[in-house]
Write a protein that binds this ligand. Structure first.
Ligand SMILES: [Zn+2]
Length: 164
């Protein structure tokens, strides 16, 4: 017998023929005991496979839930770390502002001390006569401010106790 090359039509016919041979294609009352047993075995195998697949799915679902919870915990931790970092940054900024305020205050006090030092040096070095004005602190002839009296007034004010 010569073997002819098989095309797609031949292959499809063979598949159809094999399908018709399967017990499930017959009516139930035409099945033999052996075919029924085979059918039952196939059903049982399918059932086992289904349970196995369901088990795998359940296991995968459990792993996914675990991963999701781990991610949520990680995100929560990140938020806490970020909140602490922001708080630390705010405290650092506050400390910086307080420090800058103190630096400015020290500079103001140093400037006042320098001014007072100059007034005291002038007054210690002054060897001119005492003098007075018709209007205190202003020259009689043109009303312009007297530098000597202004320095005296500033030095006296420096010696007064300060309120702040
Ligand atoms: Zn004067």
């Amino acid at each position: 017998m010569t073997e002819h090359p098989r095309g797609p039509v031949d292959w499809a016919r063979q598949q159809q023929s094999e399908r018709e041979q399967q017990p499930v294609r017959k009516l139930l009352d035409q099945l033999s005991d052996a075919e029924l047993t085979a059918l039952y075995d196939r059903a049982e195998t399918a059932e086992r496979r289904f349970q196995l697949t369901a088990g795998h799915l359940e296991e995968t679902l459990g792993r996914l839930r675990g991963a999701r919870d781990a991610l949520a915990a990680e995100a929560d931790l990140s938020r806490q770390v970020l909140a602490r970092a922001e708080q630390a940054e705010a405290e650092r900024d506050k400390a910086c502002r307080a420090f800058n305020t103190k630096v400015i205050r020290v500079q103001e006090v140093e400037a006042a001390l320098t001014e007072t030092r100059h007034h005291l040096r002038y007054l210690l070095d002054y060897d001119g006569p005492r003098h007075c004005h018709l209007v205190p602190g202003r020259w009689d002839k043109d009303g312009s401010p007297c530098d000597h009296c202004a320095r005296l007034a500033t030095a006296r004010a420096t010696l007064e106790p300060k309120e702040s």
